[in-house]
Design a binder for this molecule. Structure first.
Ligand code: GCU
Length: 414
C-alpha cells in the first residue's frame, strides 16, 4: 500500500497486537491501584512524551492577568461575559492569551464549565457583536470568508453552530474558550512564533526531537487556563470539563492525560493522534499526519511512519492516562478519515485500567449502533453524519457532565 494513500477498507486493516497498558516496561503485570499510580502511569506518560507529543517543559513562565473586561448582561441578558487577557512572560519575549468566558446568569456560587480551544478566533464562536476580532494570524477559511490570514468582520460567529453557547448556558454551565493560535499559530514555521521560544535555552532555536510540538503547546495552554480558573471564584474548579474537536480533540486528550485537574475529558472526532488506534492504519495514518502537519507532534513520532507496530504505546494508553476520570469519545458515521471503529476500540482497550481503578470499563462488546450512546464513566457515541461538532454532540456532553457533576439544572441520564 502507498504510505500516503489512506485505507478505508476494513478488510485491509493489518493484524496488530496492542501494547498492554497493565504490563510495565519490565514485563511485570500491574494488578493494583498503587502500582498503577506510582509505576505504570508515569511510564506511559513519559512514553507519550518521548515518542508522540514531545515533552512539555517543566520550567514555568510567569503568567499574570493583564486585564479583564466584564459584561454582566451579555447575550440579551442570558450571560455574564468575561474577556481575560493573560500575559505570559518568558526570558526573552512575552505573549498574550485572550480567554473568553460566558457564564450563566443567576446561578448561585461557582459554576461548572466546559473549556476548549477554538480554531479561528474567539469572535467566530458566537455572533456576539461585542467580541473583539483577533489580531493574530488566522487560517484562511472559505467557509467563513477569511483571507490573507486575517480575522474579518464577516467571519463573526462563523462557527457558532459548533459551540451551542446558549444551550450550554441554559443547562447551567459556563463555557470558556481560547484561540489555539494565541498559543501557537497552526502552521510549520520551525517554532519561531507561539509559546515555544518562551522556553528556549541559550542558543536554542527549536525544540529537540523529543520536545513538544504544536499539540503539546496547545495542551499546555489549556493548563494555563486551568491555572487562571484557580484564581476566579466564579468557576467551580472541581467541575471543569475539557472538550475539543478534531486536532483540538487530540489536544483535549493530551491535556487531560497530563493535567489531572480536568475532571472530565471529551474528545470529539479526534482521529489519528487522538482517540484512534494508530496500529489500525485506517483513514489518516501516522505517515499521513506527519507529512501534512509536521509541527503537531514531536520529531521522534516520525520514526513510526509506516512503522506503527514499533510504537511503545497506542492511543488506548492515552485514554488510560485519564482514568479514573470520566472520558467521552465521540465519532461520526461518515468520518472515516478519523476511523470511528479505531476510536471506539481505543476506548474499549483502556477499559482494563478503569476496571483496575474501580470505575468499570466500557461494558459493551461491540461498537454501539449509530445514535445509541453508551454513557458511563467511559462514554461513546457515533453520530450520523460527517466530521463536525453538532447540537446532538453537545446534548450528550451536557448529559454526561450532569451525571458526573451531579448538576441539577439539566435532565439526568437514564
Ligand atoms: C485534518 C487532519 C486531522 C485533523 C483535522 C481537523 O483533517 O488530517 O488529523 O483532526 O484536520 O483538525 O479538522
Amino acid at each position: 500500500m502507498n504510505a500516503l494513500q489512506p485505507n478505508t477498507d476494513e478488510s485491509k486493516v493489518p493484524a496488530y497486537t496492542l501494547p498492554d497498558p497493565l504490563i510495565d516496561i519490565d514485563g511485570i503485570r500491574i494488578d493494583n491501584h498503587q502500582d498503577w499510580i506510582t509505576r505504570r502511569r508515569p511510564q506511559i506518560l513519559s512514553l507519550f512524551e518521548e515518542h508522540v507529543y514531545g515533552k512539555t517543559p517543566s520550567a514555568s513562565v510567569a503568567m499574570s492577568i493583564a486585564g479583564t473586561t466584564l459584561s454582566p448582561q451579555a447575550l440579551n441578558g442570558k450571560a455574564v461575559r468575561k474577556e481575560v487577557s493573560l500575559r505570559l512572560k518568558g526570558k526573552r519575549n512575552e505573549l498574550y492569551l485572550d480567554l473568553l468566558m460566558y457564564l450563566p446568569l443567576g446561578q448561585e456560587g461557582p459554576v461548572p464549565l466546559f473549556v476548549g480551544l477554538n480554531f479561528h478566533g474567539n469572535y467566530t464562536i458566537h455572533p456576539d457583536r461585542e467580541l473583539a476580532l483577533t489580531g493574530k494570524w488566522v487560517r484562511n477559511s472559505e467557509r467563513i470568508g477569511t483571507t490573507h490570514n486575517q480575522a474579518s468582520e464577516g467571519a463573526r460567529g462563523g462557527f457558532a453552530q459548533k459551540w451551542a453557547v446558549e444551550r450550554i448556558l441554559e443547562r447551567g454551565y459556563g463555557i470558556a474558550t481560547l484561540y489555539c493560535g494565541d498559543l501557537d499559530p497552526d502552521y510549520d514555521d520551525g517554532f519561531q512564533n507561539g509559546v515555544h521560544p518562551l522556553f528556549y535555552g541559550a542558543g536554542q532555536t527549536m525544540p529537540a526531537a523529543n520536545e513538544w510540538g504544536t499539540i503539546g503547546a496547545w495542551a499546555w495552554g489549556l493548563s494555563r487556563v486551568m491555572d487562571y480558573f484557580e484564581l476566579d471564584d466564579s468557576v467551580d474548579q472541581q467541575r471543569i470539563a475539557v472538550m475539543g474537536h478534531s486536532r483540538l480533540g487530540k489536544t483535549a486528550l493530551w491535556a487531560g492525560a497530563q493535567d489531572q485537574r480536568f475532571a472530565l475529558v471529551i474528545s470529539n472526532n479526534s482521529g489519528c493522534g487522538g482517540a484512534a488506534l494508530s496500529r489500525r492504519r485506517f483513514g489518516e495514518t501516522v505517515a499521513l499526519i506527519n507529512d501534512r502537519f509536521p509541527h503537531w507532534f514531536c520529531r521522534n513520532f516520525r520514526q513510526y511512519n509506516e512503522n506503527e507496530q514499533a510504537l511503545p504505546v497506542d492511543q488506548h494508553m492515552l485514554i488510560a492516562l485519564i482514568a479514573p476520570r470520566p472520558v467521552y469519545i465521540a465519532s461520526a458515521e461518515q468520518d472515516l478519515w478519523c476511523d470511528p471503529l479505531g476510536e471506539f476500540l481505543a476506548l474499549k482497550h483502556a477499559g482494563p485500567v478503569y476496571r483496575l481503578l474501580g470505575t468499570g470499563g466500557l461494558e459493551v462488546a461491540v461498537k454501539p449502533p449509530v445514535g445509541q450512546p453508551v454513557l458511563d464513566t467511559m462514554a461513546y457515541h457515533m453520530r450520523p453524519g460527517e466530521h463536525d461538532v453538532t447540537a446532538y454532540d453537545w446534548e450528550r456532553y451536557l448529559d454526561f457532565a450532569d451525571y458526573h457533576f451531579g448538576h441539577t439544572t439539566g435532565k439526568a441520564m437514564p
